[in-house]
Every structure is written in structure tokens, then in C-alpha cells.
Design a binder for this molecule. Structure first.
Ligand SMILES: Cc1ncc(COP(=O)(O)OP(=O)(O)O)c(N)n1
Ligand code: 3NM
Ligand code: MG
Length: 209
């Protein structure tokens, strides 16, 4: 059960429509999945709700036959309306227990940015943690201070739950992040801003061993 979940979370694409540019989010997702992405999180901070649901439905329709789960960032209503597989929430988003009540079978991810947040989260109904950010990143303006590999390792030592590392991760540091204890990697710019997202995903997968 845990092994299957970890396999699913292994290479997690978090979308950014500005970085995808004129190619569009769906085209970048298609290429990244062809290159080895195992899970997609649709993250839309500006899109109006109706357009967000439509984009989520289009992604779900393309991903489902390929066995790749769709996770929605922040928005349980969008996840429910689109039939998505899960929701990723942060420390100020809807509490995991409330997400679980609304979506009993969903894959629920929670961001943890410190050991204190981890301790508080261990009793919550969460399937995986987003350990964030491991390295500093320009992609999220309000990210917490970087944990570094030592911070990730300290979190690894305190929980058996799957850890998905995020923040500043690319092919050049992927192996080190896994060696520090991550089960999976979540990336935005290394895929969404890549000239060839399929090739970028293949390189990341290769570096993950
Ligand atoms: C896998 C993963 N980890 C962490 C985050 C960050 O979530 P959050 O703290 O809610 O910040 P926003 O993404 O909502 O800006 C994530 N999205 N995915
Ligand atoms: C979506 C997100 N959440 C973060 C957090 O620290 O919670 S960092 C981040 C963006 C990561 O982008 P990139 O792979 O381009 O560094
Ligand atoms: Mg959030």
C-alpha cells in the first residue's frame, strides 16, 4: 500500500500556467507525463473558479486513462467538481480533517515547513507531506525559509509518512534530495519552464535512479 503510494508520488509535476506560457498547461502536462511524471498537481492562483474546474476536468480526462492521479492545489470545491483524485493543502488552507470529511477517498497532501508543523500534523488524516521548501525558489513568493537537506533529513527521522520534497529541485540536485530522505520530488520550473518538458522529465527520472 505504502509502496504503491510512494511510486505514485515519485515525480510530481506542480503546474504554473505562467511558466507553461503559450504552450498551455495541458500540453506541458502531456509532455511531462510522456517523460515520466507520475502525479500532477494543478495549481492555479489566478484562474476564476469556472475556468479552474474546466481545466481540471480536461486534465483529469487526459490523465485518468494513463493511470496518473490529478491533485488539486488548495481547492476542495474544484477537486469535487472535476472528479480529481486528491487535494494538496498548506498550513493556512482547509484543515486535512475537513478535506477528509468532504472527500473520504481522496489523496490528501499537507505542506510542512518545520519540525513543529510536522509534530502537529502527525495525528491528521494525511497521505503525504510536502516538505517545503527544501531550497530557496523564485517560483513561490511567500515560501518559508529553506530547510536545506539537513532540515529535510530531520523531518525524515520523525515520520514514516511519505515525503514529497519541493522548492528549487532540478536534475542536478534530485539524487541528493532523495538521499536526504524524500520519497518523491515535486517540481514546478524545472518542468514548466523547460524548453522540452518531456526531455526534462526523462532527465529528472534518470537522475532519480
Ligand atoms: C507537494 C507540494 N508541497 C507543498 C506545496 C505548497 O503548498 P502551500 O503551502 O499550500 O502553498 P501553495 O502551493 O498553495 O502556494 C505544494 N503546493 N505541493
Ligand atoms: C508550489 C511551491 N510550494 C513551495 C513551498 O515551499 O511550499 S515552493 C513551491 C514552488 C516550487 O517551485 P520550483 O520547483 O520552481 O522551485
Ligand atoms: Mg495552499
Amino acid at each position: 500500500m505504502r509502496e504503491r503510494l510512494v511510486e505514485t508520488l515519485r515525480l510530481h509535476l506542480v503546474t504554473d500556467s505562467a511558466l507553461c506560457g503559450e504552450r498551455g498547461v495541458l500540453a506541458v502536462v502531456e509532455a511531462a507525463v510522456a517523460g515520466g511524471v507520475s502525479c500532477v498537481q494543478l495549481r492555479e492562483k489566478q484562474l476564476e473558479t469556472r475556468a479552474f474546474v474546466e481545466r481540471a476536468r480536461a486534465l483529469k480526462a487526459w490523465l485518468a486513462p494513463r493511470g496518473v492521479p490529478l491533485i488539486i492545489n488548495d481547492r476542495v470545491d474544484v477537486a469535487l467538481a472535476s472528479g480529481a483524485d486528491g487535494v494538496h493543502v498548506g498550513q493556512s488552507d482547509m484543515a486535512p480533517a475537513d478535506v477528509r470529511r468532504l472527500m473520504p477517498g481522496a489523496l490528501i497532501g499537507l505542506s510542512v515547513e518545520s519540525l513543529a508543523q510536522l509534530e502537529a500534523a502527525e495525528a491528521a488524516p494525511v497521505d503525504y507531506y510536502g516538505v517545503s521548501p527544501v531550497f530557496s525558489t523564485a517560483t513561490k513568493a511567500d515560501a518559508a525559509p529553506a530547510l536545506g537537506l539537513a532540515g529535510l533529513a530531520a523531518i525524515r527521522a520523525r515520520t514514516a509518512r511519505p515525503l514529497v520534497a519541493i522548492g528549487g529541485i532540478h536534475a542536478g540536485n534530485a539524487a541528493a534530495v532523495l538521499a536526504a530522505g524524500a520519497d518523491g520530488l515535486a517540481v514546478v520550473s524545472a518542468l514548466c519552464a523547460a524548453a522540452d518538458p518531456a526531455a526534462a522529465a526523462r532527465l529528472l527520472s534518470a537522475r532519480m535512479g
